[in-house]
Design a protein around this ligand. Structure first.
Ligand SMILES: NC(=O)c1ccc[n+]([C@@H]2O[C@H](COP(=O)([O-])OP(=O)(O)OC[C@H]3O[C@@H](n4cnc5c(N)ncnc54)[C@H](OP(=O)(O)O)[C@@H]3O)[C@@H](O)[C@H]2O)c1
Length: 270
């Protein structure tokens, strides 16, 4: 964790799940952490816990809706006005939607595109030029193993995460000569509020209520630890579960027409 000593980290989606866990694991090492999400009460509660546990830590809260372009710009302006130079950006905020695309709610689909893709890309673009103040900087984009496959009943979510992984890979190559590492964390299922949020309102049936396979599941603490380790080791991507990493590698080695049949059969069985 020496890599993170004295860093200034900005963690999006810090009000729950992986985001709160990133803040907790970074707190003993960072000199400053900025917590971003919509639920101010959750962020303030986490900030006060971390201040109590780590008195030297400067912890700031910025409650905002990252789906909105102007609010993202306001966050960037606020960072500049406070002279906060982020050198570790954790693009973690994200949401899913489980169910058939055709019957999905457009507002939810748009929110997925806005948060999972636009917010991550916008914040990265706005901050990247100012990131190198201490001679090292890093970006950790929280993607998903879903990004490796076109997943029926999570079609848009999986596509947004394919974007995140692809973007991270390409950006990693571009930024390497500038000393900025880029890593995509690609977890399988992690027990957080994600599944509740991704399940459609009032849908208790199998089709709309997703339950992850236990063998591929890791805790938020394990996923975050693997992500931070991968950043420190300058790894381009990490799947934080060996069994899932193996299953993913095998599936990706299959001819696409075979994979397509498996995905279709799995979809029929939902
Ligand atoms: N859990 C999993 O199984 C899993 C697996 C693979 C990848 N992931 C990825 O991991 C990341 C974190 O998810 P999680 O599992 O920790 O789920 P979570 O507990 O639901 O957390 C999602 C976070 O994103 C924030 N967020 C959502 N919409 C936002 C918006 N419009 N503006 C600002 N913040 C917003 C939420 O904060 P507010 O609601 O307070 O705004 C919350 O802090 C996501 O990118 C997700 O796709 C999760």
């Amino acid at each position: 964790m020496r890599f993170f000593e004295g860093c200034t980290a900005l963690v999006t989606g810090a009000s729950s799940g992986l985001g709160s866990e990133f803040a907790r694991q970074l707190a003993p090492h960072a000199s400053r952490i900025v917590l971003v999400a919509r639920r101010n009460d959750r962020l303030e509660e986490l900030a006060s816990t971390l201040r109590h546990l780590h008195p030297p830590l400067d912890i700031r809260v910025f409650a905002t809706d990252l789906a909105c372009h102007d609010r993202r710009s306001a966050l960037v302006d606020w960072l500049a006005s406070e002279q906060i130079h982020v050198d570790f950006l954790v693009n973690n905020a994200g949401l899913g939607d489980h169910g058939e695309f055709a019957s999905g709610d457009w507002n939810r689909i748009q929110a997925m595109l806005d948060v999972n893709i636009h917010a991550l890309t916008h914040l990265t673009h706005a901050l990247v030029d100012r990131m190198l103040v201490n001679g090292r900087a890093a970006i950790l984009n929280v993607s998903s193993v879903a990004g490796f496959f076109p997943i029926p009943h999570m079609a848009v979510y999986a596509a947004t995460k394919a974007y995140v992984t692809s973007f991270s890979e390409a950006l990693g190559i571009e930024l390497r000569p500038r000393g900025i590492t880029v890593t995509a964390l690609c977890p399988g299922p992690v027990p957080t509020e994600f599944f509740e949020t991704a399940s459609r309102a009032g849908a208790e049936d199998k089709e709309h209520h997703f339950r992850p396979p236990p063998a591929f599941t890791v805790s938020a603490a394990e996923a975050v630890k693997a992500g931070l380790l991968a950043v420190a080791q300058d790894r381009r991507r990490v799947v934080p579960n060996p069994l899932l990493a193996l299953a993913t590698a095998v599936a990706l080695a299959l001819p696409f027409f075979v994979l397509r049949r498996i995905l279709a059969a799995k979809s029929d069985s939902i």
